[in-house]
Design a protein around this ligand. Structure first.
Ligand code: FE2
Length: 316
C-alpha cells in the first residue's frame, strides 16, 4: 500500500494529536487480530507524522471488556512503537466491565495498564494534562455505570476547577469523555441500529450529569467536547442538512465532536469505514479536526464544512 505520511495542514502547528475511539480490543472477537491491526495502524501513522505527534489519544472502549487478556492485547499494539510524546487513554463503559471469570476490578486494570502503556500513574479514571500550554481534560466513569458514565460529585467539583484553570490560559480547551452529552449527535436514535422508538431521551448519552457537564463547559470560550461511544461513523454537513445531526455540532458556542469507532461497525453516517479517527491540529488562530483513515493512511473525503473534508474552527 502506498503510505502517505500525515503532514499538518499549515505551518507552525502548536498542538498535534492523533485521536481514535472505540478500538474494542477483544480476545473473543471473531478475528482478534483485526481490531488490533486497526489500532496498530493508527499508532504507526502517528509515529510517521512529518511533525512529531504531541499526544496519541483514545476516547474510550480501548477494550470490549476491561480484563487482562484484552489489555495485554492493547499493550501489544503500542509495543515497539513511539507514536507520540505522550499517550493518553480515556476510559469507556466497556473498559469498566469485567466478566464472571475475571472478577478483578476492571477500573484497576485501566489504571494499571495506563501506567504500563503510557508510563504515567493515575489515581482516578479522570485526569488532566497540559500539553504545550493547552489543557486536555479527561472525564471518566468511576465504576460500571452500564452504558452511561458514573460521575461522582468529587469528579464534578474537580472538573469545575480544571475548567477554571484552563479558562485562564486563554487557549482552546479540550474535554474528552467517552459518552456524548445526552441527546446530541442524533441520540438516542443514533445509539443503535435499528433504532428503538421506545428508547428514553438520554439513551446512549453520558447519563444524569449531562446538563451539569454542559453548563460547566459553556461558561468558557473555545471549548471542544470530544466523545465516541455511539458508533455512528463519520458525517458532515450534508447529514446535518438531511437528518439534523452530524459528527460535528455546535451548541451555544460549545463545539462537540463525536468520533466514529475505529475498530467496530458504524451506522447513521456518510462513511462507515473502520480505521477512522482524527488529527487534531491547533494553530495560533484556529483549531482543525481532520478525519483520517489510519488503516488506509489517507485523509477521508466526506465534506465536513464549507466544502472541505475537515472542520476548521477560528478562535472565538
Ligand atoms: Fe464502543
Amino acid at each position: 500500500m502506498n503510505r502517505t505520511p500525515i503532514k499538518p495542514l499549515y505551518d507552525n502547528v502548536r498542538l498535534n494529536c492523533t485521536i481514535v475511539s472505540d478500538t474494542h480490543i477483544d480476545y473473543l472477537h471473531r478475528t482478534p487480530a483485526w481490531p488490533q491491526a486497526l489500532l496498530t495502524a493508527a499508532v504507526i501513522d502517528a509515529e510517521e507524522n512529518t511533525v512529531r505527534t504531541d499526544a496519541f489519544i483514545t476516547i474510550g472502549d480501548n477494550t470490549s471488556d476491561g480484563i487482562k487478556q484484552n489489555w495485554d492485547m492493547v499493550k501489544e499494539c503500542y509495543a515497539g512503537h513511539n507514536p507520540a510524546e505522550r499517550i493518553l487513554l480515556c476510559i469507556g463503559n466497556h473498559d469498566t466491565w469485567g466478566d464472571d471469570d475475571h472478577p478483578y476490578d476492571a477500573i484497576n486494570y485501566f489504571k494499571e495498564y495506563t501506567e504500563i502503556i503510557c508510563g504515567r500513574k493515575i489515581d482516578n479514571t479522570y485526569f488532566a494534562e497540559v500539553v504545550n500550554g493547552y489543557h486536555l481534560i479527561f472525564l471518566g466513569s468511576e465504576k460500571d455505570g452500564g452504558c452511561a458514565a458514573y460521575i461522582s460529585d468529587e469528579q464534578i467539583a474537580w472538573f469545575e476547577k480544571e475548567m477554571e484553570k484552563a479558562g485562564k490560559s486563554g487557549k482552546p480547551i479540550f474535554v474528552f469523555c467517552h459518552q456524548a452529552l445526552n441527546g446530541r449527535h442524533g441520540l438516542p436514535r443514533t445509539w443503535g441500529y435499528p433504532a428503538d422508538p421506545n428508547w428514553p431521551a438520554d439513551e446512549g448519552g453520558i447519563g444524569d450529569r449531562s446538563e451539569q457537564v454542559a453548563a460547566i463547559m459553556k461558561k468558557y470560550k473555545n471549548v471542544y467536547y470530544l466523545s465516541g461511544h455511539s458508533h455512528m461513523g463519520l458525517s458532515g454537513e450534508s447529514m446535518m442538512e438531511r437528518e439534523g445531526f452530524s459528527t460535528f455540532e455546535i451548541e451555544d458556542g460549545l463545539r462537540m465532536i463525536n468520533f466514529p469507532t475505529t475498530a467496530c461497525g458504524n451506522a447513521y453516517c456518510d462513511d462507515a469505514s473502520q480505521g477512522i479517527g482524527m488529527q487534531l491540529e491547533v494553530y495560533d488562530d484556529r483549531v482543525v479536526f481532520r478525519p483520517r483513515n489510519y488503516y488506509d493512511h489517507e485523509f477521508t473525503t466526506v465534506v465536513i464544512r464549507d466544502g472541505k473534508p475537515y472542520a476548521e474552527y477560528p478562535l472565538q
